[in-house]
Design a protein around this ligand. Structure first.
Ligand code: COA
Ligand code: ZN
Length: 335
């Protein structure tokens, strides 16, 4: 299968992986510092130009619950809309949907949790109440001609309840696809509990049942399994991944949450393995380097710390002298 000229580049459809940048939402929602609106806009523009397939720009949630994203409207209104990039935002309820439609989002990312406890902690509702609210939101989105994706938190485990049964997760997916008419579902590993075998099983089961629905996988690197989980997802046929610039992020209502898988680490690893992400890695790294000044602390990104695999280093200062001595010893041995 050959697709697509996308964002000015031609891709072999079989090797194409679509990156969804979530740093502006999942990343900033947990930060104590309020990143100024114009810096959010500049970051979003840099990420658009870097070739992300989708950007989750902000969240239309209660400003009391997530003060860091209280400027969602302004950010959505003032960013550059680059052709081929889908601009999405998190929407928890009807109030959020109305705001998101006004702000001309391309897609609403609805959210609920596969676990009752996390749903209560995060959204202050039982799961059935959340689902009913999402059904209202989906109806509004349909009327407005806006696409719907549903993100299912704690799909791979809950920090309060523990294991979450695969059958339960697939049961919610069935209701998103068949009752809400969602065009996409994101299976979220909110606190880094997923492991590769589990990811492979769940992604394969989803893709077999709903081949026409966009599946995105969303991992946090809380236990160091993030990249392994992305590779397991690819193995199972998943081709869309959420990731966050700098590796920042985490759910403020999930105990022990830490950063998303890091965009530049994932792109770096996938491109080495011959996957075409469409992302200009140098631009993402440049944007990530500016993050610590915005959020006031260091970022997890290993690529920002170490550089790319072939970003080489100058030899040590005494290198030439060492070489001369080694050559002299070799010459003496030969005599
Ligand atoms: N946008 C703006 N304001 C909103 C809103 C929205 N989408 N939803 C609720 N509010 C406001 C209400 O107007 C109300 O304000 P008031 O106290 O000034 O009257 C206040 O928030 C409480 O509203 P209520 O309907 O009682 O909601 P709640 O307190 O049960 O909160 C959520 C429910 C889900 C809307 C809220 O907890 C929330 O936005 N949480 C954020 C979850 C999140 O983003 N988690 C991390 C990402 S997964
Ligand atoms: Zn997350």
């Amino acid at each position: 299968m050959n697709d697509a000229v996308w964002n000015g580049r031609t891709f072999d459809g079989d090797r194409r992986v679509r990156m969804c940048e979530v740093g502006l939402r999942d990343g900033l929602q947990v930060e104590a510092a309020f990143v100024p609106t114009e810096d959010k806009i500049a970051l979003c523009n840099a990420l658009s130009r870097a070739g992300m397939a989708k950007i989750e720009v902000s969240a239309f949630v209660s400003p009391q619950a997530i003060p860091a994203l209280r400027d969602a409207e302004v950010v959505l209104r003032e960013i550059e809309r680059v052709d081929g990039v889908a601009y999405t935002a998190l929407v928890p309820n009807v109030r959020g949907a109305e705001r998101a439609i006004d702000a001309r989002v391309d897609e609403m990312n609805l959210v609920m949790s596969a676990s009752e406890s996390h749903n209560l902690a995060n959204l202050r509702m039982m799961r059935e109440q959340s689902f009913r609210a999402l059904a209202e939101v989906a109806a509004l989105a349909r009327q407005a001609g806006v696409a719907v994706n549903v993100s299912l938190s704690c799909s791979f485990g809950c920090p309060i309840e523990g294991d979450v049964a695969e059958a339960g997760v697939l049961g919610w997916c069935e209701r998103f696809v068949e009752e809400l008419g969602a065009g996409g579902v994101t299976l979220c590993d909110t606190t880094g509990m997923a492991w590769p075998g589990q990811v492979h099983g769940l992604a394969r089961a989803f893709l077999q049942r709903w081949p026409g629905t966009e599946l995105t996988l969303h991992f946090h690197n809380t236990r160091g399994m993030g990249l392994a989980n992305v590779l397991a997802g690819i193995d199972a046929g998943a081709r869309r991944f959420d990731a966050s610039i700098g590796g920042i992020g985490g759910c403020p209502y999930a105990p022990g949450a830490t950063g998303n898988v890091c965009s530049e680490e994932i792109v770096h690893a996938l491109e080495l393995s011959g996957w075409d992400t469409g992302v200009d890695l140098a631009r993402v790294i440049e944007a990530a380097r500016r993050l610590p000044a915005l959020i006031g602390h260091d970022i997890p990104s290993q690529i920002v710390k170490a550089g790319r695999r072939l970003d080489l280093h100058a030899p040590p200062a005494d290198f030439e002298a060492t070489r001369e001595r080694a050559l002299a010893r070799e010459a003496a041995r030969a005599h």
